[in-house]
Each structure stands twice: as structure tokens, then as C-alpha cells.
Design a protein around this ligand. Structure first.
Ligand code: PLP
Length: 382
């Protein structure tokens, strides 16, 4: 099956008791057993729930994986991964990652004796340290949040020891544009909250793997620690997934138009979008992704915090809000919002300027989106 068919049919079975074409919301905490241990495959919904199982099957198939587990948030999924490790282990992450992931690493897991190192993984000259035997896990976002760093997944794999677990957060690309398991990743992470669900109405995470041992360990962590989503949210994610392919096509189309518009604006300095020829590792993006996605950031020539705050507060269609990946366009200011938990010196070392504005380009009419940005830019020119 091609991807456009997979999103509609994968993992979904007609309900055996009623013939319902859509997976029902099994709003139940427990399941009646004939005898202790004799049941229909479900015992208690923290461990397994049929609506969640249907979603997990779907997501696994979309990422070309054998196993998936869904979580009550993307961070719940990330938390489960780190619990695979033990004190003294080193985790290497790219210098540009989601601020909430950085906060979890530094404020929650560092005090437990895990060591986190942040290096520029876009540059293959920096990869020799990955062989260090204490490096147990490597954490990649590609494209990254918010600077759209592109990391060569296949190249990184070659630098790793066999036992080092490679995690790719595929939230920005989605399986419509990139399948990290096919490129050598051991675990793919999603904030399902974003493009997979696609309608800004739930919080959810997902992990996908082909490695049975990792899956079994993650399953034990999940049923023991309990960060699982409810069946209603799983139903909404299943519904959202069906349009993932066509939504992503429109997000990408609108991003092309907005990039062209921004290139002509005298107030705009750098544009961070992997579809640009000038973007670092553009050719890597071209080879490992099917298209370049709907996330784009840009900075202002005068690097004025005041001007960028004015822009993000003046757009009307681009709503000022955290999050991304919904059908509606959002605008945000990473330095004070999604990445505020990263210290200013660290942000600046990594080119995350105070004037940086991040767009989650929705699927509205592209011309309307451009007109919205135009009127906001006019406010600061006058
Ligand atoms: C790239 C990335 N990964 C993970 C997360 C965390 O996901 P959630 O908000 O669903 O916990 C986010 C949230 O913005 C994100 O942008």
C-alpha cells in the first residue's frame, strides 16, 4: 500500500461485534475475566485498551515499525525512553532540541546521575565522540525545533557503537515525509499532539520500534509507570491520522509560498527551512525526506525583540500560541515560549536569537496567510 492508502486503512479492523467501520471508544478501565488470567486479551486499561491498541497498530505501520506504544504526552514517551538507562550513562543530543526535552534532561534526570551532552550533530566532524563507550543513547530531532537542523540519520548510525540506542524525534517531519527506522533509528518518537493528530485537540505521545527487546522493556516501563492516553484521545488521534497525507501535502505547499514571500522582505534576516538551497544539509534533507515540511523559523535583521513581539501579537490568522502541527497556522516566539527553559547563553551559542519567530504553517489558503504576515510586517515598518 502507498502511504495515502495506509493512513486510511492501516491497522484498522471492522469491529467484530457490530460491524462498525470506525474503531469504538472502549471507555472502560477493566475487563471481566472468566477465571483469573482467562480473558479476551485485555485485563486493565493501564496495560492495554482496544482503542489504544488500534491506534498503536496504525502508527507502527505508518512508521514501518513492528511495535508502537502510545503515551499521555510526547514528554511521557520521552520519559519512558530515558528510563531505559541507568545512572552514569551518557546521552548525546543535538544542540538544538525542543525546550521541554532539554528541561526534562537537565532538571529531572541529571540529578539522578545521567549525563547529557549537547553537540552540533549537523556537522560530521563532531561525530567521533559518539564512539565513547559511556554513550548509551543518542537523541536527534530532524528537522529540529526551532532551527530546523537537519541531521544525517544514516551517517550518524555509522559512528555509533552497536549497543548505542538511536532515538529520532520525528514530530516535525511525520512518517508522511520521513521514516527514521528505515534509515537506522532504533526508536522513533512522536508528539502525537502535533501533526499525527493534527487538530490541536489532544495531548499524546508515541514510540515506534522494530526491536523486540526494546519494545518489551518500554512496555514494562509504560504499564508500570502509567503514562498512558485515554480511549477518547486515541479515537481522536485515529481520526486525525486518516488525513495526515493530504494535510502534510498542503502544509508543505504553503511553506514554499511563505518562504518565497519572506525571502523578499527587507526586515527578515535568516530563514530556517530545510527546503532552502542555502539551508545547512539541504541535500541531506532532500535525500532522507520526501518533502520539507510546514515548520519554518526566521529572525529579523535588527534582531529586535520588540519588533518580533509586535509581529507575533499582530497576526490574525497566525494565532499566537505554543504547539504546532494543527490545521490552523500558529506563530510563536521560542526564546520566551517553547525554549524559555534553555538559558539565554546556551540559546545564543546555538543561534537561537531573541528575534527568532517560529511559524507552524497551517492548511489555510496560502495567499491569506501571506497577507496576514504582510499586514503584521507593515505595523513595524511604520
Ligand atoms: C519536537 C518535539 N518533541 C516533543 C514534544 C513534546 O510533546 P508533548 O507536548 O506532546 O508532550 C514537543 C512539544 O512541543 C516537540 O516540539
Amino acid at each position: 500500500m502507498k502511504f495515502g492508502t495506509k493512513v486510511i486503512h492501516s491497522g484498522l479492523e471492522t469491529d467484530p461485534t457490530t460491524g462498525a467501520i470506525i474503531t469504538p471508544i472502549y471507555q472502560t478501565s477493566t475487563y471481566v475475566q472468566a477465571q483469573p488470567g482467562k480473558n479476551l486479551g485485555f485485563e486493565y486499561s493501564r496495560t492495554k485498551n482496544p482503542t489504544r491498541t488500534a491506534l498503536e497498530k496504525s502508527i507502527a505501520i505508518l512508521e514501518n515499525g513492528n511495535y508502537a506504544i502510545c503515551y499521555s504526552s510526547g514528554m511521557g514517551a520521552a520519559d519512558a525512553i530515558i528510563k531505559l538507562l541507568k545512572p552514569g550513562d551518557t546521552i548525546i543530543a543535538n544542540k538544538d532540541i525542543y525546550g521541554g526535552t532539554y528541561r526534562m534532561f537537565e532538571e529531572i534526570f541529571s540529578p539522578f546521575g545521567l549525563k547529557f551532552k549537547y553537540i552540533d550533530l549537523t556537522d560530521t566532524n563532531n561525530l567521533s565522540s559518539l564512539k565513547d563507550e559511556k554513550t548509551k543513547l543518542i537523541w536527534i530531532e530532524t528537522p529540529s525545533n526551532p532551527l530546523m537542523d537537519i541531521i544525517d540519520i544514516k551517517a550518524i548510525k555509522k559512528f555509533l557503537n552497536k549497543e548505542t540506542i538511536m532515538v529520532v524525534d520525528n514530530t516535525f517531519a511525520t512518517p508522511a515525509l520521513q521514516n527514521p527506522l528505515d534509515l537506522g533509528a532504533d526508536i522513533v518518537l512522536h508528539s502525537v499532539t502535533k501533526y499525527l493528530a493534527g487538530h490541536s485537540d489532544i495531548i499524546m505521545g508515541g514510540l515506534i520500534t522494530n526491536n523486540k527487546t526494546l519494545y518489551e522493556k518500554l512496555f514494562l516501563i509504560t504499564k508500570s509507570c502509567g503514562a498512558v492516553p485515554g480511549p477518547m484521545d486515541c479515537f481522536l488521534a485515529l481520526r486525525g491520522l486518516k488525513t495526515l497525507n493530504i494535510r502534510m501535502a498542503k502544509h508543505c505547499e504553503n511553506a514554499i509560498m511563505i518562504n518565497r514571500f519572506l525571502e523578499k522582505q527587507s526586515i527578515v534576516d535568516k530563514i530556517y527551512w530545510p527546503g532552502r538551497k542555502e539551508h545547512k544539509n539541504h541535500l541531506v534533507a532532500k535525500s532522507q525526506m520526501n518533502d520539507f515540511g510546514g515548520m519554518l523559523s526566521f529572525s529579523l535583521k535588527n534582531d529586535s525583540l520588540k519588533d518580533s513581539i509586535k509581529i507575533i501579537s499582530t497576526t490574525k490568522l497566525f494565532k499566537l500560541a505554543e504547539s504546532l502541527g494543527g490545521v490552523e497556522s500558529l506563530i510563536s516566539h521560542p526564546a520566551s515560549m517553547t525554549h524559555a527553559s534553555i538559558p539565554k547563553e546556551e540559546r545564543e551559542k546555538n543561534d537561537l536569537k531573541d528575534s527568532l519567530i517560529r511559524l507552524s504553517i497551517g492548511i489555510e489558503d496560502g495567499e491569506d496567510l501571506i497577507n496576514d504576515l504582510k499586514q503584521a510586517f507593515n505595523q513595524i515598518k511604520t
